[in-house]
Design a protein around this ligand. Structure first.
Ligand code: CS2
Length: 523
């Protein structure tokens, strides 16, 4: 057996779409495992169906260089291990042509975002990647570096190859660096800088350069949310007349469709990499693992050309909202419930959690009693059957999806996954019992982690720890479960104030958390 590294040039032709580095048609922000197991697979399959090879993907990795360092030496090619209850299959994907890391390659990313051959920008940057504050508005402080760079780039008119445009002030520097070289620090910031570069390039060339920005993150009305954040970024960086040209261009040439994405894609483990190395005869550092199911529902609102994703199974529709709401409230909502309650019960994986009869009952009741009455079925869908199918998908042990992974970023996910269900049920005069249990389970995980001196994996981890410390009078281990739960339900930005203040809800959460606290299993 050889463990040479997987490389495009060594892959027999026909196995992957033969895209080349100059065939970037899509820039993807946030190239983690999910993108590689989802949109990149749809893109690959569409290219194989049509032979249209314009749709190579330039992936952008925000947090660290690791995905770039895994994929670049492989020429972008990687494999997807599809793990089902009845066996696994392995497929090669060649739609990613390269990966760039903004810390070192911002000018290249901006150039790709501005290029006439790029028609679509996709994003999977997770809920926290949108840099929103507790009110859902752009947290300007978190993107201030990019906004300063945007201001400098737009005022100086740096062209996207890095040369200042005609008449530009060549001495206009930002922190000693030309503005366009200033590393992109946030997904939204980089996107806005790229869109502004595109608008300038379009104006300089005297030619329209429409582009579609397609967010694929698990958020309600994700396209509208991103569109609003982009416009808030423009207003903050280029207030008044300074941004008028950009605002007009965004309105005329850029669309922000909503989309619903679905595939369970856990973090790849070293064991899975070893297993695939034995099977492939080559080591794939970019391996991703996913369940057999995959779904993509996209609002049909494209500014220009797009891949024929429908040939790979995507659904185009005028209204994504019912799909998105059903998926977020039923799949993700139940996933999070099982993750927190599963941890409390000592389960490592979602499959273990959902086959625990007590938790399975909770999960089913959460879907049927709390979430379903708040949902309108998307056309042709049977939500009762969907709920049952979700429990089967969660029970697939082959993906090894862990409760720890799904429980990360609770403060970002809970408003989206449980908030709507809770608000709608309270408005209908009913206290959602299982959602209250879910909040209690999250609260208990937060309390027990703090009591053990650990931080939860959440961008607001420090704040969460303080809530527990305060409840314990400075000693996390002394904090009472009910006090912590009361404080966490009221955490700003978690639930709308009237919902968080609902006496019936708070009483239900407190009753559940007291029952959970009485059983001191490990988190
Ligand atoms: C999960 C999702 O990690 C999580 O929070 O709930 O990533 C889930 O697996 C996907 O949304 C499924 O489409």
């Amino acid at each position: 057996m050889t463990t040479d590294r997987l490389h495009r040039s060594a892959v027999p032709s026909g196995l992957v779409a033969p895209v080349a580095p100059d065939q970037v048609g899509i820039v993807h922000l946030g190239i983690g495992a999910f993108h590689r197991a989802h949109q990149a697979v749809f893109t690959e399959l569409a290219a194989r169906e049509t032979g249209d090879l314009r749709w190579g993907i330039l992936g952008v990795t925000q947090r660290s260089a690791s995905v770039r360092d895994q994929l670049r030496p492989q020429g972008g090619v990687y494999s997807v291990l599809t793990a089902g209850t009845d066996g696994t299959t392995l497929d090669l994907v060649g739609s990613v042509v390269d990966v760039a890391w903004p810390a070192e390659e911002t000018p290249r990313v901006l150039a790709a975002l501005a290029a006439p051959t790029t028609h679509v920008v996709t994003l999977t940057v997770t809920e926290k990647g949108y840099a929103r504050d507790a009110d859902g508005r752009l947290d300007v402080a978190r993107v201030s570096g990019d906004l300063a760079a945007l201001r400098a780039e737009h005022v100086v008119d740096v062209d996207v190859d890095g040369d200042p445009g005609p008449g530009a002030d060549t001495h206009h520097l930002l922190g000693g660096e030309p503005a366009h070289a200033r590393p992109g620090e946030s997904a939204v910031g980089l996107l806005v800088r790229g869109l502004a570069a595109r608008q300038r390039a379009s104006a300089a060339a005297g030619q329209a350069r429409p582009v579609t920005v397609l967010t694929c993150d698990n958020m309600v009305d994700n396209g509208r949310v991103l569109q609003r954040l982009v416009s808030e970024a423009v207003d903050a960086a280029l207030p008044g007349e300074a941004g008028d040209d950009l605002r007009a261009w965004l309105a005329a040439e850029v669309t922000f469709p909503c989309s619903m994405v679905d595939r369970i894609v856990p973090a790849t483990t070293p064991d899975q990499r070893d297993q695939v190395a034995r099977e492939l005869g080559a080591r794939d550092e970019g391996l991703v693992v996913g369940e057999p199911f995959r779904q993509w529902v996209i609002e049909d609102d494209f500014a220009g050309p797009r891949p024929a994703w429908e040939l790979a199974g995507a659904t185009f529709t005028t209204d994504v909202a019912p799909w998105e709401r059903a998926k977020l409230r039923l799949l993700n909502g139940t996933h999070s419930l099982l993750a927190y309650a599963g941890r409390l019960a000592g389960h490592t994986t979602l499959a273990e959690a959902v086959t625990d009869p007590v938790l399975a009952r909770r999960a089913r009741a959460f879907m049927l009693d709390d979430a379903l009455p708040t949902l309108e079925a998307p056309q042709g869908a049977d939500l009762g059957a969907y709920a049952t199918s979700l429990l089967e998908r969660f029970a697939n042990p082959a993906t090894g999806h862990t409760t720890v992974q799904v429980s990360m970023d609770g403060t970002q996910k809970i408003p989206i996954r449980w908030g709507g269900t809770i608000a709608d049920r309270l408005a209908a005069g009913v206290v959602p019992r299982q959602a209250a249990f879910a909040l209690a389970a999250w609260s208990e995980v937060v309390r027990r982690e703090a009591a053990a001196g650990r931080e939860v994996d959440d961008p607001r981890a420090a704040e969460l720890r303080h809530v527990v410390l305060d409840a314990g009078g400075g000693d996390a281990a002394a904090a009472g479960a009910a006090d912590v739960a009361r404080a966490l339900v009221g955490l700003p930005g978690l639930l709308p104030p009237d919902v968080a203040g609902d006496a019936g809800l708070v009483a239900a959460v407190v009753a559940e958390v007291e029952a959970l606290a009485a059983v001191p299993t490990a988190v």
